[in-house]
Design a protein around this ligand. Structure first.
Ligand SMILES: Cc1ncc(C[n+]2csc(CCOP(=O)(O)OP(=O)(O)O)c2C)c(N)n1
Ligand code: SF4
Length: 339
């Protein structure tokens, strides 16, 4: 009897398959979205959260098909408006863990306004921005993150607009958790997602995602496993900024720019900047444009500050405690008049 009771109280162990829905996954074969879906299913199974407490909210785009493929609650909503719906859900049901899936078009064109306010307010929502630098669903128009010169159906002579840097956007919007991952990084990406899930506040992860149909190869130099060591650097707080085969290269972050240093001696090693999650360093690392400097991956910035949903709840609790007045009184309170 005792054992039965214990068994009954034990939480069921979940595995990634428990988070797969019965829907046929309809991305192009080979799309980077598949790897992200796998990573998310793995991460959800590792979080100590009941399955019924997850909600995935998306806008419109290939990326935004995500909620169909997860056996959690989900909303496939309106182009660019997922942050508004996610905010509403979090306010109405604070016990839910709300994830938001968006693309560079959905989140940074039509939805940029909503996304920055979600981050500024620090709503406790986990944002996954799939950045493939193109509009995939509508068949290959340039997006706000497309590189200058990219020839697409809507930029036949090459894109002429300066691309947005999603990490810089998130930092400028005062997002309290800002990170970058790579779709096929089966170790690094889930690790970032778990940290994002545990963070209290808006967690923003830009995920480099290959759209091999309309913008193939945009991230080849860092997606390719053979090249990744040389061309990326993983940000680990408290650790020197080392990269390359056998960590034989490092970065020195100067106030005026970033220097790549070959490490040949102990003195060289000691000159390498130790990474700290502070805004100034995050901005410097996020703004790297030099192709000779590796692309930072990992958590750029994290801070603890009050969440929007937490503060609203405090207001509600306080209002309930302070004034026990009827709806009738509320309606007739203050400046009212009769016609
Ligand atoms: C109001 C509105 N405007 C435009 C569209 C057309 N539209 C659908 S998805 C999309 C962009 C998708 O790009 P992205 O968010 O990068 O997602 P991807 O398909 O690349 O994953 C656009 C412009 C729409 N559905 N609704
Ligand atoms: S169009 Fe691109 S982003 Fe969309 S499913 Fe196909 S490969 Fe993926």
């Amino acid at each position: 009897m005792q054992n039965e009771k214990k068994l009954h109280l034990q939480k069921p162990m979940l595995n990634p398959q428990d988070f797969a829905s019965n829907q046929e996954v309809r991305w192009c074969p080979g799309c980077g979205d598949y790897a992200i879906l796998k990573a998310v299913q793995r991460v959800l199974s590792q979080l100590d959260t009941p399955k019924e407490n997850f909600v995935f909210v998306s806008g419109i785009g290939c990326a935004s098909r995500f909620p169909y493929y997860l056996s959690t609650y989900g909303f496939h909503t309106i182009h660019g408006r997922a942050p508004c719906i996610a905010t509403g859900i979090k306010l109405a049901k604070p016990e839910l863990q709300v994830w938001l899936v968006t693309g560079d078009g959905d989140g940074l064109s039509i939805g940029a306004n909503h996304l920055i306010h979600l981050m500024r307010r620090n709503v406790n929502v986990k944002v996954l921005l799939f950045n493939n630098q193109i509009y995939g669903l509508t068949k290959g128009q340039y997006s706000p993150t497309s590189e200058v010169g990219l020839k697409t159906k809507s930029s036949p002579f090459g894109a002429i607009e300066s691309p947005l840097n999603p990490i810089m956007v998130a930092l400028a919007a005062q997002c309290s958790f800002v990170a970058r991952g790579i779709d096929i990084d089966a170790v690094g990406l889930p690790d970032i997602m778990i940290k994002a899930a545990k963070h209290q506040g808006t967690s923003f992860i830009e995920i480099y995602q290959n759209c091999h149909v309309f913008n193939d190869g945009a991230f080849d130099s860092i997606r390719d496993k053979g090249a990744r060591d040389a061309n990326t650097i993983t940000l680990i707080p408290g650790q020197p900024l080392l990269f390359g085969k056998d960590s034989k290269r490092g970065l020195i972050v100067h106030p005026h720019g970033i220097e790549v240093k070959e490490i040949e001696s102990q003195q060289d090693l000691e000159s390498i900047t130790v990474y700290e999650s502070n805004l100034a360093m995050a901005v410097q690392l996020a703004s790297i444009k030099d192709p000779n400097v590796p692309v930072p991956i990992g958590i750029f910035y994290q801070e603890e500050r009050p969440t929007f949903d937490g503060q609203i709840q405090n207001h509600i609790d306080k209002a309930k405690q302070d004034k026990k007045i009827s709806l009738e009184e509320v309606l007739n309170h203050g400046h009212t008049w009769e016609i």
